[in-house]
Design a protein around this ligand. Sequence first.
Ligand SMILES: O=C(O)CCC(=O)C(=O)O
Length: 297
Amino acid sequence: MLTQSQLEQFHHDGFLVARDIVPRAVIRDLQEEIDQTIDTQARALQETGEITELHEALGFLHRATELCRQSPRILDPVTNGTHCGRAMFGLIACSAILDVMEQLLGREIIASSIYRLRPKLPNRPEGVVPWHQDAGYFDTCADEHLVPTCWVPLMNATVDTGCMEVLPGCHRHGVFRHYWAEIKAPSLSIHPDHMSDVEPIAVPAEVGDVVLMTNMTPHRSTDNRSGLIRWAADLRYNAPQAGDYGPGEASFLARSRARPGDVVTDWREFARLRENHVPAGDVDRKWLKQDEETFLA
Ligand SMILES: O=C(O)CCC(=O)C(=O)O
């Protein structure tokens, strides 16, 4: 749970590191599930000849780096948003996180349709995430609502590994102009001519911590100069009033006093919802691509 002063700090700065709130077992389960998923994918790619060496002796912080040298497809099942295993659900529905969300959102809590696992491999450009606000990706229906992002490190994320950086206080200025940069995904970037000159703050975080941000908080992550894979999960939550701001994927009711019978408590139901979801259209917010944009400098 957050203290009153932490709640005030979150609303004032647009971010907060909630220290040591996610049980280690929840993180460990997800690490194991990711290891298993990568192992399955490695064996499938071995069958097709794309991978010759399985690097079975390497663990969570190293194996995907070596496998990726043979086939970049190794990470597809964990990075494309389709991963919906038991441990993924265990993290999203973790009561320690939901308790904090209840403090921020009230008693009806939707686990957002938009969650991702993010492996940032050492010294690879596609891991670099430019300055953006999560609201830039969302339908405008959520603009007047708080949609907290919970950025959950799955290893100790330092500046060297490419932890989060935020622009404090800039969440009060609405949605900045963004454009689609010509870089490896995800590429939505705040337009440089509309960028704030507030000094960025790096936000190192350890296993158990949660970096909380608002949907309006500008944030980025730079390159990973360490030899380790920087693993994190980013989750989002909202009150029902925020609407369907991410119609491409399925959300679910994570906690409710009004409709307790509709709360999803079984990971298999979560997986069914994710797998059977039929997108209800696209987001209404549109940004220009880099070659269509005009830049001052
Ligand atoms: O994990 C990262 O490096 C970036 C995450 C991010 O930008 C987000 O959660 O919106």
